[in-house]
Every structure is written in C-alpha cells, then in structure tokens.
Design a protein around this ligand. Sequence first.
Ligand SMILES: [Zn+2]
Length: 192
Amino acid sequence: MPSLRSRDKTNQELPLPDEKVEVRRSPRRRRTVSAYRDGDTLVVMIPARMTRAEEKHWVAEMQRKLQRTESLPLPRSKTSDLTLLDRCAQLSSKYFDDSATPASVRWVAPMRTRWASCTPVDATIRVSRRLQEVPTWVLDYVLVHELAHLRVTPHNAEFWALVRRYPKAERAIGFLEGLSAAAGLEIEPAED
Ligand SMILES: [Zn+2]
C-alpha cells in the first residue's frame, strides 16, 4: 500500500489542482483505482464498496499522480518525429474533430524567435527541440496552436477560439513566456 501522503522533491505536500473530478464507482472493482482525463474532467474509477473517506483519499492521490506525470517532459524514448505525429493525431481528435491533420511533424534545431512553426500550404509543422525539456501539457499547447493554424492561418479571434479549446492554453502561454524570459530568449509564444 503506497504511502498516504504524496510529496514533491522537497517533501512538501503538492497542492491539489482545482479541476472538475468525476468519480465512477464499479461493483466489479475489488481494490484497483485508476484515473484518466476526459477533456478538462478527471475521471476516477474506484470500487463501489469504498467509503467516502477512502474515495476522498484516492481522488487526491490520483490528482497528484497525474499532476506529477504531466509535469514531466516526454521520456527520451518518446522524442521521435513519430511520437509528435501521434500526439497531433490525438490532440486533433480531442479538440478539432480530427479536422487538423498535418502531412508531417518533426523536431528541429532550436529556432531563435519561435517555439514551433507551421506551413499551412503543405501542412507541415516544425517543433523546436527546446520543447523536449518542457512538461507534456506545455508541448501539447504548442502542438494545438500549430494544428489550429491548419484550420485558420492568422492569429485572429477565430484562431484563438480554436486554441482555447485546449483547457491549459493560458497557463502554457504563461509558462513559455516565463521560460523565454528566464533563458534570455526572444521567443513570443503568440508569434509561433
Ligand atoms: Zn501561431
């Protein structure tokens, strides 16, 4: 039985994210608890026999576990162009009804003023290798941004309405602005 309190590297208890949580109780489940994201809702599956207190504990446990995995960058084994193409397919299906399909997506050497770029004419997307170090939810924002360009080229209201379907868009833009400033880069997240 894992410890009841999850802690970060400095042994501080991680604050719980403020998000929609849906708990599904199943009579078929004996002990296992699992969770996944459905859009901006966290779905937690628990055994039907669990008490309210146990439910509360395991929901918090799953929130922290997902928070930890999502704050990690892509594992080395997953930094291939194929992984990018696959991630784009998942994001296009989740946020754009499979209507944004790139012909190719590839990692490229760091660009001076951009995190990524898209050429709508031939549906190609290039992603800076700098983004191999950021949490996956930030990389996903950049991919959603570039996929939205396959639907709308200019950064107009229609474009941003598409991008904001990704629930963490604002947070990711803030993260990238901070990263750009901290690293002394001249990258404007909204210019990609
Ligand atoms: Zn853009």
